[in-house]
Structure formats: structure tokens, C-alpha cells
Design a protein around this ligand. Sequence first.
Ligand code: SF4
Ligand code: SF4
Length: 461
Amino acid sequence: MGKSLPVLNFTNWTEKLGFGKKASPADSSALQDPSLLADGRTVDDFKPYLIALNLTKRCNLKCDHCYLDATTKAGGGSDELSTEECFRLIDQIAEVNKGCLLVITGGEPLVRPDILDIARHAVQLDFMVVFGTNGMLINDRIARELVDIGVMGMGISIDSLDPQKHDAFRGIPGAWKAAVEGIEACKRNGLQFQVHFSAQPMNYQELPAVIDWAHDLGARVLNVFFMVCTGRGEELTDITPEQYEHVLSYLIDSQDKYADMLIRARCAPHFKRLAYEKDPNSPITKAQGYMGGGCLAGTNYARVTPNGDLTPCPYMPLSAGNIRENSFVDLWERSEVFDSFRYPHLKGKCGDCEYSEICGGCRARPYVDHGDWMDEDEWCLYTPKGGEKVKVAFNAQENTTVIWDQEAETRLNRIPYFLRAMVKKGVERHADEQGIPVITIELMEELRKKRFGNEKPVFKF
Ligand code: SF4
Ligand code: SF4
């Protein structure tokens, strides 16, 4: 079994990694004043879009790649956040951004007895809640309850279309069958689901078939995860950088074929560089945040461990502090760990790269390899050409005179936070081009149909 990485005390490392005293934008006070941010970003750019709540180490499986060292699978460990502590954490996240997506995961979250109470608490505060699960415990009763609570969807992991391969990887016979039955239970009960696939040497060649399968099954999203070898995964081998390029390129091409299923690479940020190389104006290139497939660690994404440590992403046990001792608000807004991601001093080829602002490389891979999370991402094959930085339009204001009527504005505000700016810009641009002075709900509906046909959008709103 692989070893777990120790949680790192950041303050011992700032000097070693050359952060020292940062420019004024890194001061938390500067975050309050958007005019101080030279690249046009505002405090809104550092709102959480996505928080992964790893609320338990309990698990009913023994997956090789699990980043949690799940030795306390049965009980979860004595230091697991209590129900009340989870409620308080969610209340504090709401103070920063209720519009963020909460991913309740583990371990296997459905093994934790109070997990539905925690989900209910989050939904009652208007959070969008999804689960990351192995799917084995979802039956009609659980699916119905999740729908009643208002959970938006389930991300269910499938590692192979060959049940034996999936079971071998998951360590339990029957895991594949139970996961697929879980998906069927979601479908029968109107609970949206996403397929999560971790690309590994043993399965990456199955991707074309997995994409077809997920689409035929009715998945709204296919997330293809790229492994960062931590926890048990430390002893696994990753696919090679050449295979990465090949798979990422295939995913980008596949998105064109499936307008009603979002296909994204997760934790391979050079997906953005490849998408840009293929088409600087493609929807993937323009999409920001969670929809874009880049890395959000520490800028718009964080993870809470089962005992309350707040880290920039699940693959980095680099704690900004513990929510038992500090409020989430303080840690999110004032942590030097998070500042190091928001104002990064990238090194090596990532520092020199013209794509650093839309890609930036994975920070967890150099961290796991040698502790320096600002170093280059060695899983990217690209050699920077030293040109001008490729820019993204960070919340760029476009001059528009169109206005939103009240109904349309209400609908806009129900759109998940990480999508809202993109939808707003798209609708306003269309209205401007067509000389439409007022955006109505009918116009939004018309544009939605143009984009998705009669299919539902990827996210309900
Ligand atoms: S640092 Fe790497 S593993 Fe973490 S979220 Fe970013 S891409 Fe994924
Ligand atoms: S060199 Fe770094 S920043 Fe450039 S594309 Fe590769 S991973 Fe991204």
C-alpha cells in the first residue's frame, strides 16, 4: 500500500520556493480593490466555483488510485468532521459564494450515515450539490431521496467497459455491475449523472468506446481524469506524456461530435493549450473555470479533507489551515497558500510558456514529485516558443447597451456561477449583433434551443 503524503506547513516553504514578499495584489486588502490588479481580475475571479468536500475516509472499495489512504474504511477515523462541523463549514462557504458547486465525496460518501442530512443542509442554503461516488450504493430509494433533497447529480466512476477490469482495479468483484445498476437507478428516478473515467495505462485505449457508451447511456458530462500519483496511486504508473497528448487531442475532437454531453479532461491543464492550438475560438478555448477544463486549484477550487484541512486540490495535501481552527472565509480569503496559486511565480518551462495564463500546468505533479508546486509540469510535451502570453478575457466587460428584463435576470441568476458570466456574455453579444434592446426569457430559450436542440442543457436551471 502506498504512503499518504504529510500535510505540509506552508510557512516553512515560502522562502524555499522563492515566494518571499509578493507584489501588492497578493495582499488580501488588495483583493478588495480590483483596480490594483494589473491583469484586470477582480475579487470575483477568486470566488470558489467548486469545493470538493471529502467528508469521509470510509469506503466500500479498495481502489488502486485512491488519494485517500483509506485504512479506516469501516469507521472513518475518530477525527472526521462531525455533522455539526460540516453544517458550520457549509454555512461559512455560503458567506463567500453560495453559487459554487459543492462536490460531496470521500472515500465513498454514501457510506457516511449522516451524508444526506449534510447534502440537505447545503441544498437548503441554495448550493448546487453533486456527489462523487462509486455508484454501488445507489438504489431506487436512495436516488429518490437524493432527488427529493434537490441534489443536482451524481458523478459515477467507471474505469473500464470490461467488468472484470473495472472490478480488478476497484478491488471488489461485482463493483462494475453495482455501479451500472446505480446509474440505472439514477435514470429511473430522474437524477442526472456524469461518468467519471480515470485514464490509466490499462484503460486509456478504451476511451472512444467509453465516450459512445456514456453518451448512449444519457450522461450529461463525461469527465476524464488524469491521475496524479499520490496516496495508493503513488505506486501506479501513469500514462506517458505522449499518450497524454494523444488522449487530450482525441477528447477535444470528440466534443465536436457530442453537443449535448460535456466532455472534459480533468487535471491535465494542457488540454487548454491543445484546444487553443486546434482552434483559438473553440468553445473549449473560450470556456473558463469548471467548464473550461483548466486548473482551478487555489484560485476557484479547494478541497476539505475528512478532518477539516483546506487544500488547493484533492491531490495536494498542502494545507492552508484547518476549518476547526479558522473559518473557511478567513482561509479562503487570506491564506498565503491560496495566494501562491492566485499570483503564481511559475518556474521552468511553465514560467516561460506563452500558454501559462490559460494552462499553467498541473501544480500537484511537481509538488508530489519534489515538493515545489510552482515548478514545471513534466507531463506536458510542449516546448515554449517564447511568444506573447495567450490571454483569457478575465471577466472582461464588453460595452453593451442591452438590458435584461426581470424574468430573464432571475433565470440568469439561477445559472451555476461558473457558467453565468459565459452565458451572460454570449446572450448579450447575440442581442447586440441582432439589435435586440431587451433580453427576455424567450430570447434565452431560443438561444438555448439553438445550442442544445431539444435536449436539456448539461446543468438544470
Ligand atoms: S493542481 Fe493538478 S491535480 Fe490539482 S486541480 Fe490542478 S490540475 Fe488537478
Ligand atoms: S509548458 Fe506548462 S504552461 Fe505551457 S502548455 Fe505545457 S503545462 Fe501548460
